[in-house]
Design a protein around this ligand. Structure first.
Ligand code: 7TS
Length: 406
């Protein structure tokens, strides 16, 4: 193992633990990544020395917390290269970001007969909120198909784009297939047709640099827990002019300007969309997660994740009875597969005896499963701390499973 990789692994205490008497082989990073010591320490320090509510107290701790909270927003502004800090809205995660967007953008811009484009490979979080919005408004959901290897059929996307399309909402990277979608082209074509474009970046933001201005994307969602950061924090990025034109979603404290029983006026961005007490510790501990990504560097991340996907793909292809699901040309750190005659849940349970953590089942993406005529897959998903040796352990577990069900 090279020295840099070793140093990275040393930052993650959980990687030293054992599962069922075996060293943990954590290959479920698309569900959530593990957390480096710096993130854990930041959470501890907050609760030991800084805990207070933000944006409301005049006392020392609250002032300090508020300043750190807004610093964290600026860290995300820089991370995403957004023009303004107030274009960064803190949410609980991608799911909440998309629900916010569906309700608020929906209320401002979606009417009966309008069209919303998604794709077959979306996570349920980027399907159900739009389906519900269509149910409320009489708008129509259009779905971009996916080819046999797991790529969006871009010619079909072009055909779906027409004057009625108000929004395109597509995954930057697929959580089941690992496909990296041609997002710059998706945004460009969407804009040419007069639509707004949202990218679901849940599976992208820890793997590729995201520059919202270079992409010219209107909205971008992410979950910090998939980026080496804490649970319970997400971002909805939106262009200020659009966010300003959108009504609040959830209402209550902290998002108001003035309240009387006759009428309430609302705060400006970003507070209009940040109701109630946020996860302050989580927001503050997101900064060391961004610093971790920056310290490791995008080049190293890309190099390692490509190497791991290539290695896993080659090794799995050599095992009789294993079939890969999703072999797009542009792929992130996800390898989905099935073993002939073995239910994915049974296989995952056997893998666990080897200390190997993978996800099994439909991965909250039932439509793409239906597209391939399957009910689920086994999914190994990689982070920058994973190693080829860990993939060897996975392969051993697969071989054992094949033997047992032989
Ligand atoms: N969008 C995509 C593409 C995702 O992969 C996920 C979570 C979400 C949205 C929702 O993110 P959350 O943080 O709000 O839950 N995906 C997965 C997964 O693949 N396995 O567990 C969670």
């Amino acid at each position: 193992m090279n020295e840099k990789l070793q140093k990275i692994r040393q930052q993650f205490p959980i990687l030293n633990c054992e599962v069922n008497g075996k060293p943990l082989v954590y290959l479920d990073n698309a569900a959530t990544t593990q957390k480096p010591q710096s993130v854990i320490d930041r959470i501890t320090r907050y609760y030991m020395q800084e805990n207070s509510n933000v944006h409301r107290g005049l006392h020392h701790l609250s002032q300090m917390g508020t300043a750190a909270f807004e610093e964290s927003r600026r860290a995300f502004q820089k991370f995403l290269n957004s023009e303004l800090p107030e274009e960064v809205i803190f949410t609980k995660g991608t799911t909440e970001s998309i629900n916010l967007l569906a309700f608020s953008f929906g209320a401002a811009f979606i009417h009966e007969g309008d069209e919303i484009i998604i794709s077959v490979m979306e996570h349920h979080a980027n399907i159900v909120p739009w389906q519900q919005l269509c149910g409320r408004t009489g708008a129509v959901l259009k779905v971009v198909p996916v080819n046999d290897v797991g790529e969006l059929e871009m010619e079909e996307y072009k055909k779906l784009l027409g004057p009625k399309v108000k929004l395109v909402s597509i995954a930057h990277v697929s959580n089941t297939l690992g496909t990296v979608n041609p997002v710059a082209e998706i945004v460009r074509l969407g804009h040419e047709a007069g639509a707004r474009v949202h990218l679901d970046g849940a599976q992208a933001a820890a793997h590729v640099p995201v520059d919202v201005r270079a992409l010219d994307v209107d909205f971008y969602s992410l979950s910090v827990h998939k980026m080496y950061g804490p649970m319970g924090v997400g971002i909805l990025y939106g262009k200020a002019d659009l966010l300003n034109a959108m009504p609040p979603w959830q209402t209550g404290g902290e998002m108001i300007n003035k309240v009387t029983f006759e009428k309430t006026t609302f705060a400006d961005l970003p507070y209009k969309f940040e109701t109630g007490t946020p996860d302050v510790a989580g927001v503050l501990a997101s900064v060391p997660a961004l610093e971790f990504l920056q310290d490791v560097g995008w080049d190293f991340i890309a190099e390692r994740e490509h190497a791991l996907v290539k290695y896993a793909t080659e090794k799995l292809a050599q095992v009789d009875g294993v079939s890969l699901v999703g072999t797009a040309k542009e792929k992130g750190g996800v390898v989905s597969f099935n073993i002939d005659g073995v239910h994915s849940a049974d296989a995952a349970t056997i893998f666990d005896h080897f200390g190997v953590a993978v996800r099994s089942g439909h991965h909250c993406a039932q439509p793409i499963m239906a597209r391939y005529g399957i009910t689920g897959t086994l999914r190994a998903s990689f982070a920058v701390y994973n190693t080829e040796e860990e993939i060897d352990v996975l392969v051993k577990a697969i071989e054992k499973t094949v033997q047992m069900f032989g």
